[in-house]
Design a protein around this ligand. Structure first.
Ligand code: G3H
Ligand code: 13P
Ligand code: ZN
Length: 338
């Protein structure tokens, strides 16, 4: 089956009341881990690549690996999504390469760091929606700027001011026509999200629920949603790593989100931790080994276990065969009629 539209995956998830994990990749082993987890759990798949991942893999390697995945796992509807596109040009090059979904993160300027104005975000997002929908490609936008609320974490002191404003979210969706909306509720990328288990003060699920009430038909996206499990931290530290104690987003909070409109959940860090822990273990226990397969195989297996667990927890397990994917051409026709 060819790579499919993310919009259709998320529409189906909304109908079924479940969420779909979007897992970041940079190489073959990560793609294999996701596809194997999806086959085991019979899940629809969202694989996503950041700009960094595209440059690491010269992106044609990544694209062709994804074509191999769609050939080898034809029973699984599979999306290739651009994570945090920083400009219309970046989204355009992804679409031309064959990505079936793009994120334009207009909450930041093109440098990917500086918070932008609402007007800038509207303009660049609208431009991408027009270009992408003409080809049946899905668009995720972002309103509000990701960052931790605790001092010294993520965006630090500014994070409260950058949480998604529900009024702006409504206006943004109406004026841009995005298919999915990433919101800022106190999560941040990476391993150091919270210095203790998050509470309603640091992880604003109430804000998410309010946005869902205002935009009941919009597919919400949670970024920075790794759970950073203590077991994965412990394996790394047990075998010579030096992670400081830290907390991620508890799975039960993500499940609360899924009951309130969250359809896409971005996870990268948990897989990075699983891979690194598995490799460290081999290096520490078998220092005589030097065949990369001796440590890449357990690394791939460790990532597969995390992904399969998330697929179960997000509720996408069992939904791979529950619908027939429509072509991007058909999606383009539907967008043109809407
Ligand atoms: O957006 C964050 C993802 O974890 C991707 O990270 O930009 O280091 O590839 P990256
Ligand atoms: P984590 O760092 O929590 O895995 O978040 C990944 C992400 O949001 C990618 O866009
Ligand atoms: Zn993100």
């Amino acid at each position: 089956m060819p790579l499919v539209s993310m919009r259709q995956l998320l529409d189906e998830a909304a109908k079924g009341g479940y969420g779909v994990g979007a897992f970041n990749v940079n190489n073959m082993e990560q793609i294999q881990a996701i596809m194997e987890a999806a086959r085991e759990t019979q899940s629809p798949v969202i694989v996503q690549a950041s700009r960094g991942a595209r440059s690491y893999s010269q992106d044609r390697f990544l694209y062709h690996l994804m074509l191999a995945a769609s050939e080898l796992y034809p029973e699984l509807p599979t999306v290739l999504h651009l994570d945090h596109g920083n400009s219309a040009a970046t989204c355009k090059s992804a679409i031309e390469l064959g990505f079936t979904s793009v994120m334009i993160d207009g909450s930041l300027l093109e440098d990917g760091k500086t918070p932008s104005s609402f007007e800038y975000n509207l303009k660049v997002t609208r431009e991408v929606v027009e270009m992408a929908h003409a080809r049946g490609v899905t668009v995720e936008g972002e309103i509000g700027v990701l960052g931790g609320i605790e001092d010294g974490h993520g965006a630090g002191g500014d994070a409260l001011a950058h949480l998604t404003d529900p009024d702006q979210a409504v206006e943004f969706v109406e004026k841009t026509g995005v298919d999915a909306l990433a919101i800022a509720i106190g999560t941040s990328h990476g391993a150091y999200k919270f210095s203790r288990k998050p509470t309603g003060e640091t992880l604003k699920m109430d804000r998410l629920i309010e946005i869902h009430k205002r935009l009941p038909k919009t597919h919400l996206v949670m970024h920075g949603s790794s759970s950073v499990p203590k077991e994965l931290q412990d394996i790394i530290n047990q075998y010579g790593g030096k992670l400081k104690p830290t907390w991620g987003v508890p799975v039960e909070e993500i499940q609360l989100g899924i009951r309130n409109g969250v359809r896409k959940i971005n996870v990268d860090t948990d897989n990075r931790l699983a891979i690194t822990g598995a490799i460290r273990k081999v290096f520490a226990e078998s220092p005589e080994k030097f065949d990369p397969r001796d440590y890449l195989k357990p690394a791939r297996e460790a990532m597969k276990r995390v992904v399969a667990e998330r697929m179960q927890q997000f509720g996408q397990a069992g939904h791979a065969g529950t619908y027939t994917p429509v072509s991007l051409e058909e999606m383009a026709r539907r967008y043109a009629q809407a």
